[in-house]
Write a protein that binds this ligand. Structure first.
Ligand SMILES: NC(=O)c1ccc[n+]([C@@H]2O[C@H](COP(=O)([O-])OP(=O)(O)OC[C@H]3O[C@@H](n4cnc5c(N)ncnc54)[C@H](O)[C@@H]3O)[C@@H](O)[C@H]2O)c1
Length: 250
């Protein structure tokens, strides 16, 4: 039975991924800083193991891996999903603390989780999946730290794929575009507040950059993540995999 760690699986894309792996018969452990979301996710997904953890705190990541060792006894797949959007502000109005917080959670925490997972994944010739974003392919005005971290995660993916390939560990980044859910609604509301346009106008504007005029369902991201862990997907490594209806610009 495959053993999976999904970070930030209390809601959104992480929860869709956790559910997909549970449905596939895997043992899935997820962590989240939001206890209520975690409780709800576990209640609604029988078999899912939820562990409270703020990945911005290395001591809590240590505790997470101690729990993981007890509960799963090893690891086949790491899905680095946690990511925060940060504020929607122009660079010259962005407080340094907000910049640092986005870097800490999106980039440094991914490193801290991954480096603890690597010895376990070496033992199983496992898979690492990193959640970047279309913002990791394009510039993203007024979301500077977010775009910077999502580009940074592409560098992390490319480099780790090279470093870990000899251990038969595959490392890939998934780059979602506009994915449906509460977070998408928040992002659109933030843009509307800044631009003065309506939410409907912002959605239309967002989809104008895509060839396929659709918001990506989180379940499609989950299916892609699962595919990367199947025998058919195991020759794919070091890739950035956009799943965004063919987005043309940020
Ligand atoms: N939704 C989109 O349109 C979209 C598009 C591109 C990329 N992404 C990326 O996909 C990932 C998931 O996004 P989402 O839309 O599902 O987000 P979300 O906010 O709905 O869910 C993220 C989860 O992570 C948890 N979390 C946040 N900070 C944490 C921390 N410090 N420690 C532990 N858990 C923490 C949250 O509590 C939440 O449950 C992110 O990396 C995001 O950047 C999302």
């Amino acid at each position: 039975m495959k053993r999976i760690l999904v970070t930030g699986g209390g809601a959104g894309i992480g929860l869709a991924i956790a559910r997909r792996f549970v449905a596939d018969g895997a043992q899935v452990l997820t962590c989240d800083v939001d206890q209520a979301a975690l409780d709800r996710a576990c209640r609604e997904t029988p078999g899912l193991i939820g562990v409270p953890c703020d990945v911005a705190d290395p001591a809590q990541i240590d505790a997470l891996f101690a729990t993981l060792a007890e509960a799963l006894g090893g690891l086949d797949v790491l899905v680095n999903n946690v990511g925060i959007g940060g504020p929607t502000l122009p660079a010259d109005k962005l407080p340094s603390a907000e910049w640092q917080r986005v870097l800490d959670i999106n980039l440094t925490a991914t490193f801290e989780v991954t480096r603890r997972a690597i010895p376990l994944l070496k033992a199983t010739a496992g898979t690492i999946i990193v959640m970047s974003s279309a913002a990791g392919r394009f510039g993203y005005p007024n979301r500077l730290p977010y775009a910077v971290t999502k580009w940074g995660l592409v560098g992390l993916t490319k480099t780790l794929a090279m470093e870990l390939g000899a251990h038969d560990i595959s490392v890939n980044a998934i780059l979602p575009g506009a994915v449906g859910g509460e977070r998408f609604d928040r992002v659109i509301a933030g843009r509307a507040q800044l631009s003065g346009r309506s939410v409907e106008e912002e959605v239309r504007e967002g989809l104008a950059a895509q060839s396929l005029k659709r918001i990506v369902p989180p379940e499609h991201i989950a299916d892609l993540a699962l595919f990367l862990t199947t025998p058919a997907g195991r020759s794919i490594s070091g890739q950035i995999l956009p799943i965004d209806g063919d987005q043309q610009h940020g």
